[in-house]
Write a protein that binds this ligand. Structure first.
Ligand SMILES: [Zn+2]
Length: 374
């Protein structure tokens, strides 16, 4: 996203000496910056074809400062390759593609324990995306399913994690992939404590995977480390993969399952409209915080009709029969069906019941039934 990078690159660009800047612009005009990568967290790398050799400038963004290095090893003067990278990144941040899971792990390790000398060149990404990074295609399915079977649930570098993390989202609706995920998860649940951070990273990478069974069964002793990792991804400047509503909701749910009290402070900092409110209520409910779940819906009552209807259905399921009556009555009219009223029929007077059925009849004659999907 443009706004993410422009802020912290601007001061560096202002400081560029005129000569380095001119040479950097020449590189860009001549299309010499040929490959671009983004590595987590906030590492941007490129391959630049110089006049004599090929160079690999890297920029590392950390809070309040920006560091860069280049394998031209030009010390004491501004490296024009790095300058070209900074200018290019400022103009086209979206050209810097995200790093796959395994490189993410390597880079975090590198940042945690930076080598004293300039490191060996990091392995460059394969040019060709891996099968699971490509959109759904039935001929790729057998290969992906076979790859998923190669994992070892106990291994710290189980080869199947990157597949789930990098899987193109279009695969997630395919039923063989659904089944494979259920089997994969079941095999790893007994060893879930071995991979405390990986679960959180997986939730961020692939927010549509349902990992609730993992978190809801975590012992309190590990919950703190998971929450810390979730907060780092939610609020840290060094984001691995762009933030999205789905990713933020996924991690807020994780925090809710592990530390509902902290979650109550966090949810209000994010949007308060329908899907967010429903997600918050669901997470509280799953965490066993039933009153908080109900209060969340009632206090931030969704305005859009689809979310509002979904909220009413949740309250009907969660509230005692008598308290659910207003929501049932509202839905009876909206959905034109008396079914929801059957369980509470004894709470209504005969007159009320007759009046309702009459109203419903008139409604169904007035207009065609609403599309359930709306
Ligand atoms: Zn250089």
């Amino acid at each position: 996203m443009v706004r993410t990078h422009r802020g912290w690159l601007t001061p560096l660009l202002d400081q560029l000496p005129v000569g380095a800047r001119r040479q950097a612009e020449d590189y860009l005009i001549q299309d010499r910056l040929v490959r671009r990568w983004q590595r987590p967290p906030q590492i941007f790398a490129a391959e630049l074809r110089g006049y004599r050799d090929v160079y690999h400038p890297h920029l590392v963004g950390v809070p309040d400062q920006l560091k860069g290095q280049c394998d031209c090893n030009r010390r004491g003067s501004t490296c024009p390759h790095l300058a070209a990278l900074a200018l290019d990144l400022d103009r086209h941040p979206h050209w810097y593609v995200q790093t796959p899971w395994d490189l993410f792990l390597q880079t975090r390790e590198w940042l945690a324990h930076p080598p004293l000398d300039w490191p060996d060149p990091w392995p460059w990404l394969p040019e060709e995306p891996l099968a699971w990074q490509k959109p759904y295609a039935s001929d790729l399915l057998p290969h992906i399913l076979a790859s998923l079977e190669k994992g070892n649930p106990r291994a710290p570098l189980d080869v199947t994690w990157p597949i789930w993390a990098d899987l193109h989202p279009s695969w997630l609706t395919a039923s063989p992939i659904h089944e494979a995920f259920a089997a994969w998860l079941a095999a790893r649940l007994p060893f879930r404590h071995l991979h405390v951070k990986l679960w959180v990273w997986l939730s961020w990478a692939q927010p549509d995977l349902d990992l609730a069974p993992v978190y809801l069964a975590f012992p309190e002793s590990d919950a703190g480390a998971m929450v810390k990792e979730a907060l780092a991804l939610l609020f840290g400047p060094a984001l691995w993969r762009d933030a999205s509503d789905a990713r933020q909701i996924a991690l807020l749910k994780v925090v809710t399952w592990l530390d509902p009290a902290l979650a109550a402070e966090l949810w209000p900092r994010f949007p308060q409209h329908g899907p967010w409110v429903l997600a918050a209520a669901d997470a509280y409910y799953q965490a066993g915080e039933q009153e908080k779940a109900q209060a969340t819906l009632i206090q931030s009552w969704p305005e859009d009709p689809v979310s509002r209807r979904a909220a009413r259905h949740r309250l009907i399921a969660w509230l005692p029969l008598a308290d659910s009556l207003p929501h049932r009555l509202a839905l009876v009219i909206e959905e034109r069906s008396l079914e929801l009223l059957e369980p509470v029929r004894h709470l209504l007077s005969r007159d009320d019941w007759t009046q309702l059925t009459q109203q419903l009849k008139e409604h169904s004659q007035d207009a065609p039934p609403t599309d359930a999907q709306e």
